[in-house]
Design a protein around this ligand. Structure first.
Ligand SMILES: [Zn+2]
Length: 97
């Protein structure tokens, strides 16, 4: 949990950008599965994308509890890293913004 440096209130983590992913193991994680064959195939070889590469997948409103089953014979899952790749200048709460 992050906290507003001005008033000390808790701030929800920023939404994931989709540009950076992490491996989440071979067991199906909790959350919402994204069904995108292009992304599933790409995650078999990389966990980082440029903005242009990410935009080409056409995924909107990515959430922190989303996950993807990586293409391949063995089960493997990836999740987006929250906020990664997005410029966060000053992380303060809605009230103090
Ligand atoms: Zn605040």
């Amino acid at each position: 949990m992050l906290f507003c440096p001005v008033c000390g209130k808790g701030i929800p983590p920023p939404a994931p950008s989709g540009l950076v992913w992490k491996h989440a193991g071979a067991k199906r994680p909790q959350g919402r599965e994204l069904h995108n064959p292009e992304l599933a195939a790409a995650l078999a070889s990389t966990t980082a994308f440029s903005q242009a590469e990410w935009d080409a997948f056409g995924i909107k409103q990515l959430r922190t509890d989303d996950f993807v089953r990586v293409s391949g014979d063995a089960p493997a899952y990836c999740r987006p890293v929250a906020g990664a790749g997005r410029q966060v200048n000053r992380l303060v709460c809605q009230t103090c913004r």
